[in-house]
Design a protein around this ligand. Structure first.
Ligand SMILES: Cc1cc2nc3c(=O)[nH]c(=O)nc-3n(C[C@H](O)[C@H](O)[C@H](O)COP(=O)(O)O)c2cc1C
Length: 323
């Protein structure tokens, strides 16, 4: 058996496979389909302070190579999460990460404070793609200063590791990565969905009620891989890759560009059991390649002309070139 365990900012993951927020319920709903002892960790759907009904239908539609969604962060709010979900996930034999979202900085701070006393929650993932309602409604993730402010304040409200989930919908994601690292993030998740839309030319009907939405699945893997690589080479904190992961090969590709762990999102809709089988598939691929430890792959990409290769068996991402 190849060694699959990785350390991610102090979290011991038995393997690098995590669920992606919003694509696997809060995790507990799936326990009859997946053996959690085969999963590195579960990331909750975004939890907000108050319950949210989400956007009007249709809020999810299929495209040629992935999903478009504009769920609108439907959830029952932090009170129900603490009451109903946390006790249930406490029994799950894996690491549990809560993804938090808000309309203003104070929302994130309050959520972090409320979750801080919950031993069942190992870390917080901050969904920076939420619009900043008080300041122009642009997502926090589109502005390094806004993103940094959220992370800095969340850090001040919790003793748990804080992971900043970044958006690919920016011109230079490395600026965001550097900003959240400087603000104290313990890790980065790269990335959330890519903005997209769909329309029926006969009826003029958009695929989503909100017209635009988040594109995910197979088609976004090259975009996500590029974003994850740009983050990993720009910062020293570890990176979780996310976007278009469908199989164990995809996971190893994200690790090769510098990720220490990887999330599976849209793939779970078509195959909810997949996440529980990836451990075995990773092991087969590594054994077949004669690699005894998955950590050897982290940052193993060979960039033409690059002076240094990343040392094997490290969870520290590739040092930034030219920074
Ligand atoms: C239906 C759906 C709901 C999602 N909900 C959330 C969410 O609540 N919070 C969040 O941070 N990301 C959410 N995401 C984004 C995913 O976590 C992930 O970042 C994105 O889908 C890219 O990964 P994938 O291509 O593997 O799906 C959602 C994605 C989908 C498809």
């Amino acid at each position: 058996m190849a060694r699959l365990s990785v350390d991610f900012s102090g979290l011991s993951l038995r393997n690098p496979v995590l669920s992606a927020s919003g694509t696997f319920g809060h995790g507990v709903e799936m326990q009859h389909m997946v053996d959690f002892s085969r999963v590195g960790g579960l990331v909750s759907k975004t939890v907000t302070l108050k319950p949210r009904p989400g956007n009007p239908l249709p809020r999810i539609c299929e495209t040629e190579a992935g999903f478009l969604n504009s769920i609108g962060l439907e959830n029952r709010g932090i009170e129900a999460y603490l009451r109903d979900v946390v006790p249930a996930v406490a029994a799950a034999d894996t690491v549990v990460i809560t993804n938090i979202g808000g309309e203003k900085v104070e929302d994130f701070v309050e959520l972090a404070r409320l979750l801080d006393s919950q031993p069942a929650i190992s870390a917080l993932e901050v969904n920076l793609s939420c619009p900043n309602v008080q300041e122009g409604k642009l997502p926090f993730a589109t502005d390094p200063q806004m993103a940094a402010r959220v992370i800095e304040r969340v850090r001040g409200a919790t003793s748990k590791p804080v992971f900043a989930k970044l958006s690919p919908n920016v011109s230079r994601i490395s600026d965001l990565a550097v900003a959240v690292e400087a603000a104290g993030a313990h890790g980065i998740t790269a990335v959330n969905t890519v903005l997209g839309m769909k329309v029926d030319w006969r009826t003029g009907q958009p695929g989503l009620h909100t017209v635009q939405g988040g594109y995910s699945g197979t088609a976004i893997k090259p975009i996500a891989l590029r974003c994850a690589w740009e983050c990993a080479r720009s910062v020293r904190i570890p990176v979780i890759g996310c976007g278009g992961v469908m199989c164990a090969t995809d996971i190893l590709e994200f690790m090769a560009v510098g990720c220490s762990a990887v999330q599976v999102g849209t793939a779970s809709f078509g195959d909810p059991g997949l996440i529980g089988r990836l451990e075995q598939e990773l092991n087969s691929l590594l054994e077949g390649a004669g690699i005894g430890d998955v950590r050897q792959l982290i940052g193993s990409i060979r960039v033409p002309g690059a002076a240094t290769a990343k040392p094997a068996c490290s969870t520290v991402p590739v040092p930034a070139s030219g920074r």
